[in-house]
Design a protein around this ligand. Sequence first.
Ligand code: NOJ
Length: 567
Amino acid sequence: MKKSARFENRVGYILYPATFKDSNGDGVGDIPGIISKLDYLKDLGINLLWICPLFQSPMDDNGYDVSSYEDIDPRYGTNEDFKRLLQEAHARDILVLIDFVLNHTSDEHPWFQKALADPNSEERGYYFFRKGRIGKDGKILPPNNWKGFFSTSVWEQIPGTDDFYFHIFSKKMPDVDWNNPKLRDRYYQIARHYLELGVDGFRLDALAHLGKDTSFADSSLQADENGLVYDTDRFSNRPEVLSYLTDFKDQVFSHYDCLLVGEVGGNVTPSTALTYSSFESGPIHMVFNFDTAWANGAYGSIGKPDHEIKTDVIELKKSFRRWYEACNGKCDMPIYWENHDHPRVLSQYGSIQYREESAKALLTTLLFMYGTPFIYNGDEIGMSNCEYEKPEDFFSDVNARNEILSLRQRGFDDATITHYMNRTARVNARTPMQWDRSENAGFGPKPYLNKINQNYLQGVNVQDEYARFESVLNFYRYAIAKRKEPFLAAQVAMGKWDLLDPNHPDVFAYTHEGPELLVCIANFRPYTTYFSFYYNIKDIILHNYGDVIFNNHVFELRPFECFLLKA
Ligand code: NOJ
């Protein structure tokens, strides 16, 4: 559906609370810490926040395993702190989306506890319980051969019984059954509660998975060495999802002026995405897809040498074009490089060697694309992947932990695994935010979650970045302000977008039609390349080098050189 006017022209910021700012010295970022940085976010130009889950949680998956939706986790503060956060953010015209986990609860949630304790309870029907199968040797086996997202079977046996429950993420995150109207009602009440409290909307977690193939029949796709099959179509973007969302909208969302951004995952097609979010009939406003997130081949690249990990710029451009062509004029879409589930974009598509140039080029390319831009916390100061020393350094993340165990089982040594995880793990994006040069980069006295990237001592921190005129941070501040100028905002939203030289292997360039052509040109390589350009350059709005080399209609583009210009 169409978002209301108050959500127009917003630049989003994805905030990972556990490692953002610790105000009370317990090692965990918290709500007062976030509040203390709202002026910073305002100054950066941010006017929309997506805050990863703050609810009470045993933190098996760092908050995506919720044990009480009505309570803020004490590590993050109190319910009163949360109300204050809303007030303080709104006072700065920053709208707040909270992360709403709908696909599963924690196994410590009272619903699940009741479901376990009493097979006849209403709550038993909120989850998927099935009997195991008897194997040839008489042992009980899971009800089917499906593998979940975190490298294990989707079934966990309840000790002392032959019952199993279903979970597509960790075993501490049982999936709920959206086909059950009573369960749906529970979620509607929670949504109403937060909308009444003043939240501006939700990022709807793992939305794609609300519908499952409840025949739970074995998959016949290729099994892994443990006999498990990774067949995500069995629990992704199935037709029921649309009807669940439509009911949610009818019962709740349509009664509030809110913004709804769903996570629809890796294998969604633009046309399915459109059914969720089209202006005309979509029950929500926009959906995140993952298509543009792994274009350097890092995913699954264990054992590959670094020089083989190279951004496929042509494919990346094609992905953006595919989505633009499906969505333009029909729905809004979030535009992002990265969130807390991915390695740092600077290490993926950018370059540590050309940190500043590449951070600026990536931002420019992203910010002026059709859609609503979302920036991940830390990218604005050019934060990069961590350089951890051993697999255990990644164990704060259940996904990494399970993946490492499975890689060890497949025979990979620890050095190879560490190298791979330094390249791919989502822990890379969850290191403490680097505020200044003081101990622990000013995050707090003893960050519990992940080790800090030591480059905060070499100037990769907010304070140093502020102080240097040409820094990444100051470029972000300027570029975001430009993005919000009504004239440019309108052209980005309405001017027909197209790739320029789509087959150029190194350069990401595009145009927006308008009274003057808006052109973005970015070299995505750590070496010089050339780019032909036959328009008259009327104005350079953004540029990340001190001078321009342009002769006979050809730009000489130095490593990660980028322009936003009018022609
Ligand atoms: C998507 C979230 O972004 C991710 O961090 C989480 O692990 C899964 N959903 C499960 O909630």
